[in-house]
Design a protein around this ligand. Structure first.
Ligand SMILES: [Zn+2]
Ligand SMILES: [Zn+2]
Length: 320
């Protein structure tokens, strides 16, 4: 049983189940779909709400009366938002808040069949720059407490459309999980993530590193082949990264996705970016291959059982 680095949480590494990467291989994470009916494809811009940001060679701007064409990425409001700018009043039963916020879809490439694990360095750098820009745009709103940026890849990981995209949800609150982290960080004499990076970088759980970032299979891994990307220097959010930092983040993300793709044969996965506009926080990006389901024990205890020790996962991902 392993304890979280600085929270009262536990996970169980049950290596005796001895699974190999091939035991996790199912059909590839993504199903094929038809670009003609894809609302995320170039030429079908009218099938989505107007873009709030379309990225072209000429720069970034919103759709006007005419939709922007020849984009290499575009971000627009989700047609089925989880939160809206002007929500219904909450139910009077129990405790409820108005789900005020903004829900955005970020199309990462005009290519219907693009796979992020095959993105070039330039595409990856553009991607993390878009994440930073969209984050900065929403976190500047005084009504926004948290900006969740995540990617679902493959239907079993929650992607309803196969054309590669990320999502952004701006919430009016800071989620309790993040508040608990902040409290624990506040009690610590030094940033526990900074300590975590130093220790993991010197361990057999390190998979890849460059000047500014590490890619690790964390000691506290709740799921097989879970990986984290962290800046070596303290930075609370993507806004704290200079161009060199964004380049190194892009490289680390590419390494993580390529190695995972090769080892697990193109699994479905989620990745999530954790960041806060609070200088005590330490930016991190977590990647979870969607290869183990929540089962009864996890629902009952909140404790995850992981059948692949992160030390073994890191070795396999280093060699992949
Ligand atoms: Zn498409
Ligand atoms: Zn730190």
């Amino acid at each position: 049983m392993r304890r979280h680095y600085f929270l009262e949480e536990y996970c169980i590494i049950a290596a005796e189940r001895k699974k190999r990467p091939s035991d996790f291989r199912r059909e590839r994470g993504r199903e094929r779909s038809d670009p003609k009916t894809c609302p995320f494809c170039p030429g079908n811009e009218e099938m989505t709400p107007p873009a709030v940001a379309a990225y072209t060679v000429d720069g970034v701007g919103p759709d006007g009366v005419e939709r922007v064409r020849d984009w290499w990425a575009r971000s627009f409001p989700n047609l089925y938002p989880a939160v809206t700018a002007d929500p219904e009043p909450p139910t009077r039963e129990w405790v409820a808040d108005r789900a005020r916020g903004f829900h955005e879809v970020i199309i990462e490439s005009p290519d219907h069949d693009a796979d992020p694990s095959e993105f070039s360095r330039q595409e990856l750098e553009r991607l993390v720059t878009i994440y930073r820009d969209r984050y900065a745009s929403h976190i500047a709103d005084p009504g926004v407490g948290y900006v969740s940026i995540f990617k679902n890849w493959g239907r079993v990981a929650g992607a309803s459309l196969s054309h590669t995209h990320s999502q952004l949800v701006a919430l009016p609150i800071v989620p309790p999980a993040l508040l608990r982290e902040l409290e624990a960080i506040g009690r610590s004499p030094r940033c526990p993530y900074c300590s975590l990076v130093e220790r993991e970088a010197a361990s057999d759980r390190l998979i890849f590193e460059n000047g500014r970032f590490v890619l690790i299979a964390p000691f506290f891994s709740e799921a097989p082949y879970e990986t984290w990307i962290l800046p070596k220097g303290h930075a609370p959010s993507l806004e704290g990264l200079d161009p060199r930092g964004l380049e190194d983040l892009a490289e680390a993300l590419g390494e993580a996705l390529r190695r995972q793709d090769r080892l697990l044969s193109g699994p479905a996965y989620n990745y999530t970016i954790r960041q806060l506009p609070d200088r005590r926080y330490h930016l991190n990006l977590r990647i979870h291959p969607a290869i183990s389901a929540l089962a009864g024990f996890e629902r009952n205890t909140g404790i995850f059982i992981n059948s692949v020790p992160p030390e073994a996962a890191a070795r396999e991902l280093r060699e992949a």
